[in-house]
Design a protein around this ligand. Structure first.
Ligand code: ADP
Length: 400
């Protein structure tokens, strides 16, 4: 507080009335009246002191000023301080005008102040009840401004906290992706060596092997391939998350992509004794996509359909097309997905727990990767399912 002032009572800035009545008895009388009404006031010796109070960090609740204190210079000073206030602040100013008589036109400085600030004019002589009522409502209006300030401060704080939390989460996520990418890379090298040496031994290049040893080597190779598959998934996902995957979006004929994918999964379908049908719908239709990535998504959807459908079941592929989109749906008559898990299966590492007996292989990354790939190509991936009846996954891509 910089003003030299005779403080009566003061709770905080929002409750304080700053008083400037340079001449006559108005000052002491006003102080007495306000104090009698339980209002806190501070008498300022001059406009500089009043402006210092108004411009102070805590500010004031309202200003009560006599007209004779508003010369051109001093009202200019006051206007300057008011203009420098924060946007939420609009200090109520009550001006005691006239001197016992109905006065002439409003003087220019007062007119200027009244048109740029929150000014109420009170003609003297003023009744005690009038001045108390006017000052009370000025303080009430000011309190509301302080509430707005508190709200703004709180909002700013929340925004800052949210921003910093998001920043931290992004950094942590980035570090995680870096770690996964690095680990996957480090794991792949020894795994490739395991596979390579197992193959050398199987081929008899290290000397003759017994049938039991051959079986063992085959087991080693199967496990090696499985582990390599998992690690490749983790690496792909980490790369996608870190934004290190490039997309080459071109016009891709969808039917051709599907034919290629079907040829790849046909052996798995046969091995499991599943019926397969292609309902067509994509002949002559193109999408805007990265061909390799679109293929990757469809292979994942078909592999899942095969994995989660028991022998004798069915897997279908169908295409529907509208003006903007091409929807390719892979459906199956498999175990299905409980409704409460349908959203979460797109999250990384999530697998539906079906008990230890029916545990399926996998990382729980296939759908997370597929969804990311679809999004990067400007499309999306959705799922529908009825537990025990079957599931259908739809890859939607922009029509080419
Ligand atoms: P993964 O197949 O490696 O476990 P995915 O991300 O591809 O990982 O799938 C996540 C989970 O979603 C699977 O573990 C399975 O529980 C469920 N799921 C995916 N596709 C199907 C499907 N066609 N039928 C039933 N469940 C499925």
């Amino acid at each position: 507080m910089t003003a030299t002032a005779d403080v009566v009572t003061r709770d905080d800035g929002s409750e304080l009335i700053a008083l400037l009545t340079p001449t006559g008895r108005d000052g002491p009388v006003a102080m007495r009246v306000l104090a009698g009404a339980g209002l806190g006031a501070v008498a300022c010796p001059d406009m500089a002191a009043l402006c210092a109070l108004v411009g102070d960090g805590d500010g004031v609740g309202a200003v009560l000023v006599a007209e004779e204190a508003l010369g051109p210079r001093s009202s200019g000073m006051l206007l300057q301080v008011l203009g420098a206030q924060a946007p939420w602040s609009d200090v109520p100013i009550v001006v005691l005008t006239g001197e016992d008589e109905l006065s002439r036109a409003i003087p220019v400085p007062l007119e200027e102040l009244a048109s740029h600030a929150n000014v109420t004019l009170l003609e003297r002589p003023v009744r005690v009840a009038t001045i108390v009522t006017v000052m009370r409502s000025a303080l009430r209006a000011r309190r509301r401004q302080y509430d707005v300030r508190a709200h703004l401060v709180e909002r700013k704080l929340l925004l800052e906290r949210e921003r910093s939390a998001r920043h931290q989460a992004e950094e942590a996520n980035h570090a995680k992706s870096e770690f996964l990418a690095m680990m996957s890379h480090e794991l792949r090298t020894p795994l490739n060596a395991i596979g390579g040496y197992a193959q050398l031994m199987e081929m008899g290049l290290r000397g003759p092997i017994t049938p039991e040893q051959r079986e063992d080597l085959e087991r080693i190779e199967r496990s090696q391939r499985h582990l390599l598959g998992l690690i490749n998934d983790v690496l792909n996902f980490a790369k996608l998350e870190a934004g290190r995957v490039q997309f080459f979006i071109v016009r891709v004929p969808m039917h051709e992509v599907l034919l290629g994918v079907e040829a790849l999964v046909l052996p798995q379908l046969r091995a499991k004794g599943l019926r397969y049908s292609d309902a067509g719908g994509c002949e002559g239709i193109a999408v805007h996509a990265d061909e390799e990535k679109a293929r990757q998504v469809l292979i994942n959807l078909l592999s899942n359909a095969i994995k989660f459908t028991a022998a004798g079941g069915e897997v279908r592929v169908a295409c529907t097309v509208d003006d903007e989109w091409v929807h390719t749906t892979v459906s199956d008559s498999g175990v299905g997905i409980p409704p409460d898990r349908l959203d979460s299966i797109f999250e990384p590492f999530v697998q539906v727990d079906r008990g230890l007996t029916s545990r399926q292989e996998g990382t729980g990354l296939g759908l997370a990767i597929s969804r990311d790939l679809a999004r990067h190509m400007g499309g999306y991936l959705t799922a529908k399912s009825t537990a025990g009846v079957g599931s259908s996954f739809t890859l939607t891509l922009p029509r080419g």
